[in-house]
Each structure stands twice: as C-alpha cells, then as structure tokens.
Design a protein around this ligand. Structure first.
Ligand SMILES: [Zn+2]
Length: 409
C-alpha cells in the first residue's frame, strides 16, 4: 500500500486589496480613429495550464489544436499557437511545483543572474525562462520576429467570478478588446466582468501574459481545481472566440472596429463598467491583500468564515457595518470601513497543499496515488477588494504605461 506523506504550506487567509480609496465612478468612452501607427496582432499564443490544476484552459487549447484548420480559415490574419505552460505541475495536478509560475515574469525575476544548471532552482524559475524565450524575450532590445504579439492566458478559479477578463492598465489595445468581448458575450446572454490589474509598467508585471506586447487573461469560475466542467469550457471559449474575432477585425480595419465599439456603448453613454485591483502592498503579490487570522492550534484552519451574504457573491458591494465574517462563537463580524466604503469583493479559495508519495511498496501507480490526493485540501482564502470604475477609448494614449490611467481603451 502506498504510504502518503502530507506536505502542507502555511494557511495564510487574507484579503486582496485593490485600492485604499474605493471611489465609485464611471468614465465616458471616447472613440477616436486609430489608423496611424497600428501594429497588426498576428502572432497569437493561447496558453493553458499556467496553473497546473486549472483544467479549463488545458481543455480549450486541446480543442484549438484539434480544430486548427477551421480556426486558420476563420481568422486568416492570425497565426494561433497553443502552449501548455506548466506541464509538470499539470501532470501532478498542482497549481505549481515549487513556486507560482504566474509571478515569474518581472524584470527582476527574468533578468536575475542564475546558474540554470543548478539543481536547486525552483522548477518554475527555469520554466519561466523557457517560456520567455518562446514568447518573447520580454526584455529584448528589439521585438523578436517570432515574438508573441498577444498572449491569451486561460485560467479558472474557485471564486464565483463568472467570466472575468483581466487586462493591464495602460494597454488601450487590450482594454478595447475587453470592451468588445464583454459586449459580444452579453449579446449571447453571458455576463462578463472586466478587471484591470495595475502595475507600474509591463516591465514590472510578473504574470505570464506580460511576456508579449499585449496580454489578455480570461478567468472563469467557480470551477473546482482539477476538474473540467462543460459550462466553464463553453464560457471560456465564447470569450476567447470573441477576442479572436476582435483581433481579426483589428487587423482588417481598425477604424471600422472603432466605429463598432463606439456603437456598442453608445446607448450607455459610452461607459464600459469595470473594476480595478488595488496596488500590491507586499512583494510577490499581484494586488493588495489583507490577512485574517487562523486558529492558534492550526495555521491551516481559519478563525473566521465568510458571511453567507457574501459567499459566492463576487463583485458585490459592501458598506461599513455590513456582515463580513462569522466567528466560532457565531457572532457576525461587520466590515469596519478601514479600507474605505463601499468596497467590492472577490472571495477566493485556493488549494495550496497537496499529498506527496513518500514510498510505494505495493507498486501503486503514481497517478492513482495522486488521485487520492484530490480528496485532501487545505485552503488559502482571501478577499479581493475592488475599485469600480470605467474604461475609455483614447487613441492618443495607446502606448501609455502610466499607472494613473486605468481608463484606457
Ligand atoms: Zn490561475
């Protein structure tokens, strides 16, 4: 019988902060023709399995590979390539082997002087450099002829986020794409949230999609880790196909595309609702986060649970005094307003520990033992706090990397 040893990482329940100031405002979309200096979006990489236990994206890239001929015919200006980002973590049904691959693409991480033959290097450190060579290199003096123009990174989440599109602030080509995809999905009856991640610059962004000139992340949930769900695959594909359609139209006639975008949002006074994540307060984090305690006797077990009014209600508004948690005495812990009011939340749970085979005297296969591991989980739970706002179209700011401008298309 296989002997299993359990490796646990410390439970760190936390909030993700999106901004210290939670202002509600919507900004107008101003569509301006952008025919000058348009660089075609031709070399497209669709990536799945950046987190190895998120199966939706892996399924979708496999279907893309099988239907390559049809996609080539449908989007003739696009050269679509798929990539399984972290095959080792995927085979082990883990988010990552040693460290989060999606935090390995900042200038600091990619340019650090390393001995790559060193056996002690984290698996994802080496894999990030391989991917950077394939998609970039991100920090090449001149863009490589084979470099990706757009990386579409497909993720799933245990959060009830529905279809969420994540683009970087300061990339008007992709925020415009987000507005297009959002509208196309809505026309098909699918609600979509747009979320801007803010970093100082592409230079500082640590996520895989930053290896290309443009990055576009599609995140769909709730989906358990290590599970494929038909509905989640369909939602992801709907958003992906709308994005491919956008890129084809961008290459065909960007002025016509701008007119289409303007007409899409005309009835809403050109306002495209979206959320923005707060700046990270700690290194290695994509956005700010507030921890809440675990019980003293077990760092894996939270001392507070999320109140039922918030459970599964991501992007919901919360005001000071409204329920946030329930403690072990059954008392409701209200939001104290310390991060502004109102705030908008995403409740996230990640499985961050796993079983590991120590020995197998009866020859139990690695795969079946790993299957057993699916029954165990210790979770890392946190809130994302979001600022609600809008996105706009301004051609003059196309190449802007300004962190103060999060309202660009
Ligand atoms: Zn992910």
């Amino acid at each position: 019988m296989a002997v299993l040893a359990f490796q646990r990482k410390q439970f760190i329940p936390s909030f993700i902060l999106v901004s210290a100031s939670f202002l509600l405002f919507l900004l107008p979309v101003i569509a301006i023709a952008t025919s000058n200096n348009v660089r075609p979006l031709e070399n497209i990489f669709v990536v799945g399995g950046t987190h190895g236990n998120e199966y939706t994206g892996v399924w979708v890239i496999k279907t893309l590979d099988r239907a390559k001929k049809q996609f080539d015919e449908r989007y003739p200006s696009l050269k679509i390539t798929t990539l399984l980002a972290n095959p080792e973590a995927h085979m082990q049904n883990k988010r990552f082997v040693d460290e989060d691959l999606n935090r390995k693409f900042s200038h600091e991480a990619l340019m650090k002087d390393l001995h790559l033959e060193d056996d002690d290097l984290p698996h994802e450190t080496i894999r990030a450099r391989e991917i950077d060579q394939l998609l970039g290199p991100k920090f090449a003096a001149m863009e490589d002829d084979n470099a990706a123009h757009v990386v579409v990174d497909l993720h799933s989440t245990t959060s009830n986020m529905g279809v969420t599109i994540i683009v970087a602030a300061g990339d008007p080509v992709m925020t415009r794409a987000a507005a297009y995809v959002r509208q196309k999905c809505e026309e098909a009856g699918e609600k979509v949230h747009c979320l801007l991640h803010t970093h100082e610059s592409r230079h500082a962004r640590p996520n895989l999609s930053s290896t290309a000139r443009h990055g576009f992340t599609i995140e769909v949930g709730p989906v358990p880790q290590g599970v494929v769900r038909h509905d989640a695959v369909e939602k992801t594909e709907r958003a992906l196909y709308a994005l491919l359609d956008y890129m084809q139209r961008y290459n065909d006639d960007v002025d016509a595309l701008d007119r289409t975008l303007k007409s899409m949002y005309e009835k809403r006074s050109f306002r495209v609702p979206c959320f923005k994540s707060a700046s990270a307060s700690r290194k290695q984090e994509m956005s700010g986060r507030i921890a809440w305690p675990s019980v003293p006797e077990n760092p894996n077990f939270p001392a507070l649970m999320v109140h039922k009014d918030l459970q599964d209600k991501d992007f919901q508004q919360v005001r000071t005094g409204e329920p946030l948690f329930v403690n072990l005495d059954g008392d409701i812990v209200p939001y104290d307003g310390s991060y502004g009011s109102p705030i908008y939340l995403i409740v996230s749970t990640r499985v961050v520990c796993w079983t590991q085979i120590a020995s197998s005297s009866s020859g139990t296969s690695r795969r079946s033992a790993l299957y057993v591991s699916l029954t165990f989980s210790c979770s890392q739970q946190f809130f994302s706090l979001l600022m609600r706002g809008g996105i706009t179209t301004r051609a003059a700011e196309q190449e802007s990397e300004s962190p103060s401008r999060w309202n660009l298309i």
